[in-house]
Design a protein around this ligand. Sequence first.
Ligand SMILES: Cc1cc2nc3c(=O)[nH]c(=O)nc-3n(C[C@H](O)[C@H](O)[C@H](O)COP(=O)(O)OP(=O)(O)OC[C@H]3O[C@@H](n4cnc5c(N)ncnc54)[C@H](O)[C@@H]3O)c2cc1C
Length: 229
Amino acid sequence: MPAALLNPVLDLVTLRSTVTLAEPITARMRRLRVESEQLAGLDVRPGQQVRVLVSGLTLRTYSLWRYDPSGAVELCVLDHSEGGPGAVWGRSVQVGEQVRLRRPEGTFTLRADAAHHVFVGEETASVAFGAMLEALPDQARITGCVETESAADRLPLRHADRLDWLTRGGGSLPDEIRKLAPEPGGIAYVAGEARTVQSVRQVLVRELGWDRRSVLTKPFWAPGKRGLE
Ligand SMILES: Cc1cc2nc3c(=O)[nH]c(=O)nc-3n(C[C@H](O)[C@H](O)[C@H](O)COP(=O)(O)OP(=O)(O)OC[C@H]3O[C@@H](n4cnc5c(N)ncnc54)[C@H](O)[C@@H]3O)c2cc1C
């Protein structure tokens, strides 16, 4: 479809924004700040995500690392080794470029009044965890485990010292959660690679006695699948 016809249609379903900051935040992640008047005053909950038009009409999903109600969102995009359209966009987009994104959405969000909070996932999941942890007060009970390729891939998370950090190859998330054995009664947030998410959920529910409704899961990607959501 010619741009003259396509752009008005896209204007109806996306928010037109500008990249105002693009810088490394970990060894393989870039922090991207995207601004627009249309992003001001939205109802955003910690843990929510946006869908971004990364190339032509290709959409990829990214959690909100930060939301500024004056009209900005920040994303952290992993440059994973398979280099799909999302990874390529995240690695190459420059300050001043236009980007179209959908409104923030999703139910993988902080349950602020939970008795305790358990976070389990890898690099991509830690972006959503970052927003959730930022919203938790110092007195909140927090545990969990985050797996990264190396120590240089760890995002600067609030309350990071209360989490266990696993380096890939040095164990597995299901085993770490088995060892950590968090007591039922709180909320667990489990995200990242799809099969690992399922395994961690099984440990919590079948082995540790968690109510399945207290285990929030969100598969973010799966080997061999493109643009999971
Ligand atoms: C709700 C939600 C929130 C997300 N938040 C973030 C976020 O904040 N930051 C972020 O970087 N990603 C996030 N993701 C994941 C991100 O959307 C996918 O990683 C993205 O679709 C990859 O896009 P791509 O075009 O690079 O690769 P695709 O074309 O989608 O996939 C190509 C291949 O790359 C491999 N692959 C995909 N993702 C990864 C990965 N993470 N690690 C290793 N191999 C991979 C798979 O084998 C896949 O078959 C989120 C996903 C969801 C559903």
